[in-house]
Design a protein around this ligand. Structure first.
Ligand SMILES: [Zn+2]
Length: 411
């Protein structure tokens, strides 16, 4: 257990926060600090073809140890941490044999990680938790994933009696700013399919995510002296509110869950002359997703007709799509992951992601890529924690997937 704790801590204590305002890849120079260390480590444990490109994408190979043909599979994680919360000077705290009570993260600032608020904690009674000191995030998202993949590869190298095909490892920068897959060379990676190790609770297995679009509505007004404005002024802010109220009020993030999609108004900027509304549109179902975009267009058209002028302008932009479309034709890749979990004593929790993943983008780039738990909770903030036992379980799942893929392709 100490081995995996030490490895995890050696990663999270290197600051790799990404930056959405940067144009470069990686978005921050400091991501190289961990990237270069990972390259050395992958070489040291004995992987082949360890490479890092000019954008800090890392790839490595564990060669097959069987004679028959086996599909090449990959495991992918990201080494950046979220810009939502600081990732500098992380001081991990180890809570051994967790007693199910409040954990004082920081006595001076009175920051407490409590099961009253975070009920998930109670699942991990008796386990070893790694938490923050209350002043930073932890970075289990997704350095837990990296820890698990490296540890699993090391395990396979040290246990040649476990049979497996060719396995590819991929570590990316900038996932947290939505660019983890952008410069991922799928062809060079050369896997038939892969898994991102980037989920939360033990057992999570995900191959469905939102279809996503962004919408910008510009409302054009007309400013006139308020004293002489009758019949002349167009106050864009009132018109904008008419648009807002034309959308179904309960199809919003705060009223939806599971497979329910939504419109999310996330920004308004305006004055009399011009108001801009920014929305994101989300739906798992492709048809409903298209219908949501069509509804926005219809409201804009109807309002323009009503006011007999082009007051409203809509710009729609697709952002990403549900990977289900790309994974369903190769459903055995989900079946193998599910079987692997069951084989190591985990009950699979298959559910749809209410968001996107690097895996969804990679799936559309030709690499079908479901997502598997990495074990952490409360990502992107000071309450983030990871049970060490969950990371160990993830290692077992990776090893078992490798084994089952080899066994299932045996003649
Ligand atoms: Zn992540």
């Amino acid at each position: 257990m100490q081995h995996i704790i030490d490895r995890f801590i050696s990663y999270v204590t290197i600051d790799t926060e990404s930056d959405p305002n940067s144009e470069t890849t990686p978005s921050t120079k400091k991501q190289w600090d961990l990237a270069n260390k990972l390259v050395d480590e992958l070489k040291a444990i004995g992987l082949s073809d360890v490479s890092i490109d000019e954008n800090a994408y890392i790839m490595a190979t564990l060669p097959s140890n069987v004679d028959h043909a086996v599909p090449t599979i990959g495991f992918i994680s990201h080494f950046d941490t979220s810009p939502d919360f600081t990732g500098a000077n992380i001081k991990p705290q180890i809570v051994k044999d967790y007693d199910g009570k409040d954990i004082i993260l920081n006595a001076t600032e009175n920051i407490v990680l409590s099961p009253d608020y975070f009920e998930d904690l109670l699942m991990y009674k008796g386990q070893t938790l790694i938490t923050t000191d209350g002043t930073t995030l932890l970075g289990a998202d997704d350095k837990a994933g990296i820890t698990e993949i490296v540890t699993a590869m090391e395990h396979l190298i040290n246990h040649p009696e476990i049979k497996h095909g060719t396995i590819k490892v991929g570590f990316t920068p900038d996932e947290e700013i939505g660019r983890g897959a952008h410069k991922f060379d799928v062809e060079k990676f050369g896997a038939d399919w892969a898994y991102t190790m980037d989920g939360s609770q033990v057992g999570e297995l995900e191959y469905e995510n939102f279809n996503a679009a962004g919408a910008k509505i510009t409302v054009k007004g007309k400013i006139v002296h308020p004293g002489y404005a009758k019949g002349k002024m167009i106050n864009s802010m009132y018109y904008a509110s008419e648009f807002i109220n034309s959308l179904p009020r309960t199809e919003t993030p705060e009223h939806t869950e599971g497979y329910e999609g939504f419109f999310h108004l996330h920004n308004i900027e305006g004055d009399v002359e011009k108001t801009m509304l920014q929305y994101i549109i989300r739906d798992h179902d492709k048809d409903k997703f298209e219908a949501r975009k069509a509804l926005m267009q219809k409201i804009v058209d109807d309002l323009n007709t009503k006011y007999e002028s082009e007051v409203f302008k809509l710009e729609l932009k697709d952002q990403y799509f549900n990977m289900k479309e790309k994974v369903e034709p190769v459903m055995q890749i989900v079946d193998i992951a599910e079987a692997a979990m069951k084989a190591v004593g985990i009950a699979p929790l298959i559910k749809a992601i209410r968001g996107g993943t690097d895996g969804s983008q990679l799936s559309y780039m030709g690499l079908p890529c479901p997502n598997i738990f990495a074990g952490g909770h409360n990502f992107h903030g000071r309450y983030e924690y990871v049970p060490v036992e969950s990371m160990q379980k993830a290692v077992e799942v990776i090893v078992k997937i490798a084994e089952l893929t080899a066994v299932s392709s045996e003649q």
